[in-house]
Design a protein around this ligand. Structure first.
Ligand SMILES: Cc1ncc(COP(=O)(O)O)c(C=O)c1O
Ligand SMILES: N[C@@H](CCOP(=O)(O)O)C(=O)O
Length: 469
């Protein structure tokens, strides 16, 4: 499989190079040159199959010949063997035709583990084969960071640097990042928002000298392999609800647009999805864009679903590319306008193509609290605030097809918000028993590219050894 950049000016790469590249050298995001196709028979055959077996089927065409089939199978089995639930991503019914897809049974209690447990194994494998080292960088609003640190801690070939917005993540999220104790892990609190952290990451990738020197790799959903791994659970969920013999709709709590773009990819690959519903909190830039056809920044608000406090929604660029007929020049123009003026207008054909597949809705803090309380009372089911954003929006879109809302985090990651909403404090699972008493180690840096690059250069083994991927 070959991959092309959404901005059309970066080299076409194979899977292993895309995996290590993160952002394309033209600032764009990689997408497959063509979408693999799965037939109705293929999807029917997924019913009742172990998660890892379905994952192997979905991932194989994306990986192509870059990784030997037996190696890929071993990595997939090991990645999903680390989950606490045998189904990996079980469905729980919360209404007559409404289900939550629980994606939080991995090591750090959020959906990010599903991709990150595989990504670390794939990267280590490729680096080992090449005799190379890499510097992994990531920005987090709370969950990607913990998942990446759990997946890459003690990795022999990588050092990992995670930037998180100071004071804007939950105490559980912060401690998942700051208490690993591994020598290759560096958690950094940045004076700014998640968007500032993400902008620093992209600026490091766009600094070609630093990128080369540090052998930079990324673990955010700018990395195609993250999206690829997230496609799998749309297939397992839909197949277990009767797909392809009936269509299913999905509501996805959305911030950086990676998770819902994986649903769009599944649809492009043949999964009969009815509607894809973008659920936002008060940071509702995507819901406003679907209404108005204009992507327009207005500032980030702190909410009770902090992992979705995002305004620059990276993967929306992948959708603009696809919905606009893969017109890289038009994507370049829109991204340039966003950087210059904080907004851009979508071409009429692009916004129409998006509206044909997606709906969007917004949920306020008060609605989120009421949804958490209502779910506990009516179904004895405790929601985390991010999943609650999804459930609140999905409830307004229930129709003939079964609705699956993605359960993106365990409620115990956000105990204060959950307790304030329903009066009950969710308990952390036994794997996290000593989390709140472990010693924290992290550094603080200003929102300044040269300070961040200097910090990384001093600590990265790839920089010290001068070995590149
Ligand atoms: C718990 C949780 N829910 C939802 C989201 C949104 O996912 P995405 O960024 O892929 O849209 C995130 C992170 O962004 C998250 O951490
Ligand atoms: N919510 C995310 C934000 C980063 O998203 P990613 O999917 O691009 O890594 C987080 O928890 O960090």
């Amino acid at each position: 499989m070959e991959y092309v950049s959404t901005r059309g000016e970066a080299p076409v790469l194979g899977f292993a190079d895309v995996l290590l590249a993160g952002l394309a050298t033209d600032g764009g995001l990689y997408v497959p040159k063509a979408w693999p196709a799965f037939s109705s028979e293929d999807i029917r055959a997924m019913r009742g199959q172990p998660y890892a077996d379905v994952a192997l089927k979905i991932l194989t065409p994306f990986v192509g010949s870059d990784i030997a089939p037996a190696d890929l199978k071993a990595m997939v089995d090991a990645a999903y063997g680390s989950f606490r639930h045998p189904a990996v991503a079980p469905l729980v019914q919360i209404g007559p035709s409404h289900f939550v897809l629980e994606l939080f049974h991995g090591p750090t209690l959020a959906f990010k583990d599903v991709a990150m447990q595989l990504l670390s194994r794939l990267m280590d494998h490729v680096l080992r084969e090449r005799g190379a080292n890499a510097t992994i960088v990531g920005a987090t609003s709370g969950d990607t960071g913990g998942a990446a640190i759990a997946a890459f801690a003690e990795s022999e070939r990588t050092d990992i640097f995670i930037l998180f917005p100071k004071g804007r993540v939950s105490p559980v999220q912060q401690r998942q990042m700051t208490t690993s104790g591994a020598a290759n892990v560096h958690a950094v609190a940045v004076e700014g928002t998640f968007d500032d952290c993400q902008a620093l990451i992209k600026a490091m990738f766009n600094d070609q000298r630093f990128r080369q020197k540090a052998a930079l790799s990324g673990v955010n959903s700018i990395n195609w392999a993250r999206i690829m791994a997230q496609i799998v659970y749309y297939f397992t969920a839909a197949a277990s609800l009767g797909s392809p013999d009936r269509t299913i709709s999905f509501t996805v709590p959305t911030g950086n647009f990676g998770d819902i773009f994986a649903g769009y990819a599944a649809k492009r690959m043949g999964l009969p999805i009815d509607r894809l519903i973008i659920a936002t909190n008060e940071n509702d830039i995507l819901a406003r864009t679907l209404d108005s056809g204009r992507y327009e920044k207005t500032g980030v608000h702190a909410t009770t679903s902090p992992s979705m406090d995002i305004e620059i929604s990276s993967n929306f660029e992948r959708l603009l590319f696809e919905a606009g007929g893969r017109d890289a020049e038009s994507v370049r123009r829109m991204m340039q306008q966003l950087a210059q003026s904080g907004s851009f207008a979508l071409p009429e054909a692009t916004i129409s193509a998006i509206r044909a597949e997606f709906d969007a809705g917004r949920s306020t803090r008060a609605e989120v609290a009421e949804t958490i309380r209502g779910s506990l009372v009516s179904s004895a089911y405790m929601l985390d605030p991010h999943t609650a954003v999804g459930v609140a929006v999905a409830d307004r879109h229930l129709a003939d097809s079964p609705m699956v809302t993605l359960g993106t985090a365990h409620p115990a990651k956000f105990p204060d918000a959950v307790k304030a909403a329903c009066g009950v404090s969710p308990e952390l699972p036994p794997s996290h028993a000593d989390l709140m008493t472990r010693r924290e180690t992290f550094d603080s840096l200003p929102n300044d590219l040269s300070a961040v690059e200097a910090y990384i250069a001093e600590r990265s083994r790839a920089v010290r050894k001068g070995v590149t991927a």
